[in-house]
Design a protein around this ligand. Sequence first.
Ligand SMILES: NC(=O)c1ccc[n+]([C@@H]2O[C@H](COP(=O)([O-])OP(=O)(O)OC[C@H]3O[C@@H](n4cnc5c(N)ncnc54)[C@H](OP(=O)(O)O)[C@@H]3O)[C@@H](O)[C@H]2O)c1
Length: 393
Amino acid sequence: MSRTVLVLGGYGSAGARIAELLVRETEARVLIGGRQGSRAKLVADRLKRQYGEDRIAGVLVDAADPRLLRKALEPVDLLVVASSTTPLTAAVAEAAVQARVDWFDIQSSTRKLTTLRGVRDAIERNGCCFITDGGLHPGMPGALVRFAAGFIDRPQRVRVAMLFNLDWGALDLPPETTAEFVDELREARMEVYERGEWVKRRSWTTQPIDFGRPFGKRSTVPLWLDEIGSLPTLYPSLQDLSVWVAGFNWFVDYVVLGVGLPGLRLFGDRAGPTVAWLFQWGLRQFSRPPWGSIMLVEAQGWKKGRLVEFRGVVSHRDGYDLTAIPAVAALLQYLDGSIRKPGLWQQALVVEPRRFMADLERLGATVTYDLDVQTGKPVHRAPEAGPEARRPE
Ligand SMILES: NC(=O)c1ccc[n+]([C@@H]2O[C@H](COP(=O)([O-])OP(=O)(O)OC[C@H]3O[C@@H](n4cnc5c(N)ncnc54)[C@H](OP(=O)(O)O)[C@@H]3O)[C@@H](O)[C@H]2O)c1
């Protein structure tokens, strides 16, 4: 049965790519939603022309306007929240539950998770399937850990590392979106799982990690993610588990994050707009090519009495494509019913990891492993698995 999907923020950087992949990869009717009806229609018309399909339309919808939201949800089976509307999560989630519409979001926010967990009973009562923390980050680190652990009987040590180097100057970054980035950084917790327990790391804890060509060795800091928190329970043999993220550029890392974030803690929300403006300015002024996003997983553990290792790398030259690709890889599993069930789930923990990884590659990400994932045997390949490996001619 063909389903109707409304992509809220469907002409934004992430939303437009998700909408396009949904049109390309599924039979779903796709509605592009946002506060500018004309922009929504423009994107819908472009997709109609490009794919010769009539199942696409633009709709005017403001997440802050309950009447417009209710109306927009009437024909919808699934709401994909790709908008910078994290502060409106409670109202949007309530509208979706009331309309018995399923949910998939890509926002990164502890407050959003807390809000959604607060309405978990209503989600279940109304038989809705809510999948949260979709996309790349959050969304992929936990899935990568589950995928890697699948090749090892008793995983002991797993490390995920990520690097995002986007051409920020070419992106439209409205204030709401920048404010969400800053909120995300403000909420960041530096915790790693070491020798069987979660420990806080100081803000100056760094670790050099080799991301392969063209990025090479980069300094990274630890980052706790909700989707990682439950993994030691899932894999009791785990001793060490950590996620590491590379910095943006010297100005953003040392000036904005080094001085601005402590300032936010000191002066509260009053300093928010200044830090958000500086953050955006610093990203645009000081970020340099090569562009690309990369996430890698390294796992170690026991298999049939031997210590084995696994390394996998996922990358793309376009960081927003690499947000849309995992989101749609998860949505493919949702849309064919294989992971659709009433309740609140996180993408990283609900997807079937092998199909998810295969779909990442099929949808356009560069994916390399040092094991043949069919046979479990080592593969000998050059280590450079970075986005340059797929640079167009
Ligand atoms: N998980 C991941 O890997 C990942 C990666 C990147 C981004 N994200 C998250 O995805 C979200 C979007 O990011 P982005 O970079 O794509 O932002 P963006 O390019 O600024 O797009 C934001 C979209 O949201 C729409 N929007 C904003 N307020 C709205 C409202 N009240 N009602 C309806 N639509 C509204 C905007 O359109 P109008 O302003 O015209 O309404 C626009 O289409 C953010 O929450 C970001 O943190 C997640």
